[in-house]
Design a protein around this ligand. Structure first.
Ligand code: RIB
Length: 299
């Protein structure tokens, strides 16, 4: 049985409910403020776990990291590869506006202290055919991809947040690339979803591409195959972690060997549900809720 590893960030999200996003030079009051657990890494591990997968999470927390580890333990995520370091864990400042959209400042904290030595120690327990999920919120992303590829692991890469480190990542070693429209545009210079996936497949023919399109659903591409799945329309309260929820459910379906059409349906329901709730981790639905939504919407 293949193992599933997530080498990813763990954050405390400081979330401010705003009427509108604060502009340069402006001071504005928040309607409310909450601290939620989050981080792209943690969100994706929790989503995969709530979709029924057993996940090993590797990463780092600081002296304030007890709640982050406690959350993973209560989700039955294996935490023995999470380093406990001195200093502060990662945290964010998130503005959420009245449409549920967000903008995020990330302070990496201990997420930025994953070393090459850590990577090699983490990977000692994994091998050929095991799955790994990687985002771009811990240090040494390019080296993580190299080391996982050397181990012949199946790499799912979510190049988020998109920044200068992505250029150093060898996408030719990635099995499945999970991107949103912004990341697709940055990687290819193309706007049109079909053009984005075709440009990527042309350059990396062995890679499958999952392009999420927000309220327009998702486009999946592998070789010449294209699958389009519409989104489920909901009233968004907070879109934070909707993409991470999609990724977690996607890997759960992939590891279970389900048909791609079925996986994508489950993923759009899961991410729609995440949009209807505040926060990152607290917004991630359980499989029963996702299945109930699939039935209700007859998809
Ligand atoms: O993708 C959402 C996540 O991005 C938040 O939980 C925040 O921690 C940032 O990492």
């Amino acid at each position: 049985m293949s193992k599933v590893l997530n080498i990813g960030s763990l954050n405390y999200d400081n979330v401010y409910q705003m009427d509108h996003m604060v502009k340069k030079g402006e001071t504005a009051s928040a309607g409310s403020m909450n601290v939620f657990l989050g981080g792209k890494g943690l969100n994706q591990s929790v989503a995969a776990a709530r979709a029924g997968l057993h996940v090993f999470h590797a990463g780092a927390v600081g002296e304030d990291g007890a709640e982050l580890c406690g959350c993973m333990e209560s989700e039955k995520i294996d935490t023995h590869l999470v380093r406990r370091l001195s200093g502060r864990s990662g945290h964010t400042i998130i503005q959420v506006d009245k449409d549920g959209d967000n903008c995020i400042i990330v302070y990496p904290g201990t997420n930025g202290q994953i070393t090459q030595k850590d990577i090699h120690e983490i990977l000692e327990e994994f091998g050929e055919g095991d799955f790994v999920i990687i985002q771009n919120e811990v240090s040494n992303t390019a080296a993580i991809i190299e080391a996982c590829s050397a181990k012949k692991m199946v790499i799912l890469f979510n190049p988020s947040p998109y920044d200068g480190h992505i250029a150093a990542c060898d996408l030719g070693k990635v099995g499945v690339l999970l991107i949103n429209e912004t990341e697709g545009r940055a990687l290819t210079g193309e706007e049109n979803p079909e053009a984005v996936v075709s440009a990527l497949i042309e350059k990396y023919p062995k890679m499958a591409v999952v392009l999420t399109l927000g309220s327009e659903g998702v486009l999946y591409a592998e070789g010449v195959q294209r699958i389009r799945q519409q989104a489920v329309k909901v009233k968004a309260v907070d879109t934070t972690a909707a993409g991470d929820t999609f990724t977690g459910y996607f890997i759960a379906g992939l590891v279970r060997g389900e048909a791609m059409e079925k996986i994508l349906k489950q993923c759009v329901c899961a991410s729609a549900l995440a949009c209807t709730r505040a926060g990152a981790v607290p917004s991630i639905p359980y499989m029963e809720e996702v299945q109930e939504m699939e039935k209700r919407h007859n998809i």
